[in-house]
Design a protein around this ligand. Structure first.
Ligand code: OSB
Ligand code: MG
Length: 370
């Protein structure tokens, strides 16, 4: 790799078009970093951090991201020369956990590498698809009527599957009502860890709704009870929060804790680890799809590149820019047509930063010389 000369942390704050509610709370705005890695030949690579302001989904936050990147990860990069972005995971493994911080920086290095090689990020990762299928994740709505309306709208837009959020008190009846209106639609439900193994009887009842899968019904750090639950229900379990690494994925699959995996680049510590999990699942015949963290354009572009890998056989949560934002930070914006996004073939992430939008949403900028 051409050596890195400078890393810039752009901190942004963006208001979501619609608040997004889950069993763990409501997200209204996003604060995040766009990481810019610049080399000696003036190539610019970009990554995006995905941790939220509060640790309600997993333990990382915007502030822990900043601390870990500034005080540890940048120094590791300064002190060690890397020849390929795949080496970054091992280099960063000295820092325990903090996967979202690691992924943001690693993503910028992958983009920089692809631009140095003049190939697309998809190509650099070994992606095979030129277009990807996408679904949509709908947050908890104030009423069932509003939820039904939203599903209608998204099906008209062509999304390939609908993901609903459930929680205790908003499950059996809600799904019953939804199924009455949409008997044949591919639907899945995400509980974001809202249940325990004591809810087995209730979770068994969900089998009658013929869901594609139920995502993370039990604790964020569990794979044991999920394995017990999977033996008792027909609906495939998909793990999200519980999977932070290749090793987590291997153990969960060996134990039978899930039949599907949601891969999020941030949660697993970067593209290299995401690809490793993908390759393992491909070998084992386990279906995977790419989750979302309500990303802005740079993170979205990384998700698109990753989803171009062959075993992403199920539609992901990568909706278009305008579903989330009044104005995105990339140009062109991501625009699905009939639930399909074209994988860009330009070098790197394949989208340019919209610097006017960047300026509008940036709150602070910090530079680190190498
Ligand atoms: O559990 O997948 C999740 C959003 C925020 C935090 C966690 C999750 C989600 C989503 C929406 O379901 C993902 C997206 O549309 O980007
Ligand atoms: Mg989830």
């Amino acid at each position: 790799m051409i050596p890195i000369k400078k890393i810039i942390l752009h901190k942004l704050s963006m208001q979501l078009k619609n608040p997004f509610s889950t069993s763990f709370g409501t997200l209204r705005e996003k604060e995040f970093f766009i990481i810019e890695a610049i080399d000696e030949e003036h190539n610019h690579g970009y990554g995006e951090s995905v941790a939220f302001i509060s640790p309600w989904y997993t333990e990382e936050t915007v502030q822990t991201t900043e601390h870990i990147i500034e005080d540890f990860l940048i120094n590791l990069l300064r002190e060690h020369k890397i020849e390929h972005p795949e080496e970054v995971t091992l280099l960063f493994s000295r820092v325990k956990g903090n996967n979202m911080a690691k992924a943001a920086l690693e993503g910028a290095i992958w983009d920089l590498y692809a631009k140095q090689k003049k190939i697309s990020l998809s190509q650099a990762l070994g992606g095979e698809k030129t277009e990807i299928d996408v679904g949509i994740s709908i947050g908890i709505q104030p009423t069932i009527q509003e939820l039904i309306q939203k599903i209608h709208t998204h099906l008209e837009q062509g999304f390939k599957r609908i993901k609903l959020k459930i929680k205790p008190g908003l499950d059996v009846e809600l799904l019953n009502e939804v199924r009455k209106h949409f008997p044949d639609t591919p639907i899945m439900a995400d509980a974001n860890s809202a249940y325990t193994i004591n809810d087995m009887d209730l979770l068994k009842k969900l089998d009658e709704f013929d869901l594609m899968m139920i995502e993370q019904p039990l604790a964020h750090d569990d794979i044991i009870d999920h394995a017990k639950l999977q033996k008792e229900i027909n609906t495939p379990i998909c793990l999200d929060e519980s999977i932070h690494s290749f090793e987590d994925a291997r153990k969960a699959i060996e134990l039978g804790s899930c039949r599907v995996l949601n891969i999020k680049i941030g949660r697993v510590g970067g593209l290299t680890e995401a690809k490793r999990i993908h390759d393992y699942c491909k070998e084992k015949g386990v279906a995977v799809w790419c989750g979302g963290m309500l990303e802005a354009g740079v993170g979205r572009a990384h998700n698109i590149a990753l989803t171009s890998l062959a075993q992403f056989v199920l539609p992901g949560d990568t909706g278009g820019s305008s579903h989330y934002w009044h104005q995105d930070i990339i140009t062109p914006e991501v625009t699905p047509r009939n639930g399909v996004i074209q994988v860009p073939d330009k070098p790197g992430i394949g989208y340019d930063l919209d610097w006017e939008a960047m300026e509008r949403f940036t709150t602070t900028v910090k530079s680190f010389e190498f």
